[in-house]
Design a protein around this ligand. Structure first.
Ligand SMILES: *Cc1c(COP(=O)(O)O)cnc(C)c1O
Length: 400
């Protein structure tokens, strides 16, 4: 087992945590009810509003993984037996559906083939067919981490408007936040569900709801039981930067630093970087002669790429060869895709050389595991990245 150098954590979350964030967390934990904490709490809450692009909405931060924020979104807005329209983009969409069932909701599932993003026409038709307006929410996963297909949330919004339907729009952005654009106000998203350990470059441990004024209104009459997740309990103390129970203090130090890093680079540049690295990855996968799982170019994910294993080859044996030989973890196929795909995470704290190192490791792993492929496919990424580098021109100094 090769353990030299830095481990390449190329699963699509948790992702590599930058040194700046690790150092920002490496401070003594302070009194979360004291005056110094309030400033950190406010910076974190205000900063997250800029990340999801909301001025009208509010952000709630939980000491929980993303799954907790999924539950919070549902229990704060729904009543027992409510119908929710859920789109089957893949494994994560189906886990959210299972949760909805367990807590007493009635999910209506629009079936998908796990190779495309959500189809807005299917959503529009389902909403038009709901004459009694019984559907209370439309739930979509923006970036389906199990398949590498991303759904177009602007189009989902248009579909809901075209059907003139009052359902809330809830979007899971756990593996897209800060990697793929989320315009909460512009797209009329009512609840954004986010997590810390993917595009936000933090360790696992905190998660988010961003909540629209409409969702806050619906919250008042929502009848599902809730306690730990209750938005109202949070909103009171949050107004002054405090929390009703112990927050993940050191994670919040890290969050403030991660937001600073994202804003120094510029959010739009962050998205463009993810788009470019994802395109370079796909070019190399094609050059190897392997198949992308996502079949719709408009739905290609900029956070990860899922690659179909050639018939007769086990994706997990291949991943094991990569880990043993090159100290790199790749994402496994989940549920019905187990053993059939591997996933390359290219999100968060990631650049050209981390990508080309990753692709070199994949290419060597394919050779070691005896997976048929065209040698030298990594060159396609090198060519594309050199051609499209935004820094090709020398920087002019003030003296010139
Ligand atoms: C990772 C992930 C989740 C689950 O989040 P946890 O932090 O593991 O609870 C849910 N949805 C999507 C799209 C994800 O990528």
């Amino acid at each position: 087992m090769n353990t030299s150098g830095r481990h390449f954590l190329q699963i699509p979350g948790p992702t590599n945590v930058p040194d700046r964030v690790l150092r920002a967390m490496d401070f003594p934990t302070i009194d979360h009810r004291g005056p110094r904490f309030a400033e950190i709490g406010q910076q974190a809450l205000e900063g997250m509003k800029r990340i999801v692009k909301t001025e009208k909405g509010e952000v709630i931060i939980y000491p929980a993984s993303g799954t907790g924020a999924w539950e919070a979104a549902l229990v704060n807005t729904m009543s027992p037996g409510d119908k929710v329209l859920m789109y089957e983009t893949g494994h994560f969409a189906m886990l959210w559906r299972k949760m909805a069932e367990r807590i007493g909701l009635q999910p209506i599932v629009l079936e998908g083939d796990w190779r495309h993003g959500a189809d807005p026409n299917a959503i529009e038709q389902a909403l038009r067919a709901d004459a009694g307006k019984d559907i209370k929410a439309v739930c979509v996963v923006q970036n389906e981490t199990s398949t590498g297909c991303a759904s177009r949330i602007d189009e989902v919004r248009k579909a809901i408007d075209a059907a003139d339907h009052p359902a809330l729009l809830m979007v899971d952005t756990i593996s897209s936040l800060a990697s793929i654009d989320m315009r909460m106000d512009e797209w009329g998203v009512d609840v954004v569900v986010g997590g810390s350990q993917k595009g936000l470059m933090l360790p696992p441990g905190i998660s988010f709801n961003a909540v629209s004024p409409k969702a806050l209104e619906v919250n008042k009459a929502a009848g599902l039981p809730r306690s730990y997740w209750d938005w109202e309990d949070m909103r009171g103390p949050n107004a002054k930067g405090f929390f009703p129970y112990t927050p993940a203090t050191n994670m919040l130090y890290g969050l403030v630093e991660a937001i600073a890093m994202l804003e120094e680079e510029g959010l739009e540049n962050v998205f463009a970087r993810h788009d470019r690295l994802a395109e370079a990855t796909r070019r190399t996968v094609r050059a190897w002669g392997l198949e992308l799982l996502c079949q719709e170019p408009r739905h290609y994910s900029s956070s990860l790429t899922a690659v179909v294993m050639p018939e007769g080859h086990d994706a997990d044996a291949f991943r094991d060869a990569v880990l043993r030989n090159f100290n790199m973890s790749l994402g496994a196929g989940l549920s019905k895709l187990a053993g059939r795909v591997f996933r390359i995470g290219h999100l968060g704290d990631f650049n050209e050389l981390s990508l080309t190192g990753t692709l070199s490791g994949v290419e060597m792993g394919l050779a070691i595991a005896g997976v048929p492929h065209n040698k030298g496919g990594t060159q396609a990424a090198l060519d594309y990245l050199a051609e499209t580098s935004p820094y090709r021109e020398p920087i002019k100094t003030a003296a010139e």
